[in-house]
Design a protein. Structure first.
Length: 141
């Protein structure tokens, strides 16, 4: 495990399933969002800290690959890793792995950090996160 490895566990609840008995497609996005906030929290960044700094993370693009079913009662580990590059955006890679080790889904995306006053992306999304993080290494900073 590297210092960028992070996962949080969720148990699929019955009300999150569809008529076929598997996790509703929209809930995958909610799980991904939850894991991203837990990732930031594990690095020492709270939502209130971001707001106080006048910034907030935004999702610009998301792709979901559904690979295996998730059903009510399944425990799933949702990983999260940011991949930094030059410019205003960064990549996010998340994997949903069932307790039996089977990869159920992969969610990839592009994110940025929004200046809440100017309503535009900050030039370097690493800067506000690095400034707030107690453990910037977890975020790859």
């Amino acid at each position: 495990m590297t210092d960028q490895d992070f996962a949080t566990r969720v148990t699929v609840r019955g009300y999150e399933t569809d008529t076929q008995g598997h996790l509703n497609q929209s809930v995958y996005l909610q799980y991904a969002e939850h894991a991203r906030w837990e990732y930031l929290r594990a690095a020492g960044i709270r939502q209130a800290d971001l707001v106080a700094k006048g910034v907030g993370p935004v999702v610009l693009e998301t792709t979901i690959k559904y690979l295996r079913e998730l059903r009510a009662g399944d425990s799933v580990d949702i990983s999260c890793a940011f991949s930094w590059r030059d410019g205003k955006t960064f990549h996010v890679v998340q994997r949903l792995v069932r307790e039996d080790g089977v990869l159920a889904a992969e969610i990839t995306g592009v994110g940025g950090i929004l200046d809440l006053v100017e309503r535009c992306l900050v030039p370097d999304p690493r800067e506000p996160l690095r400034a707030l993080a107690a453990n910037p290494g977890l975020l790859g900073l």
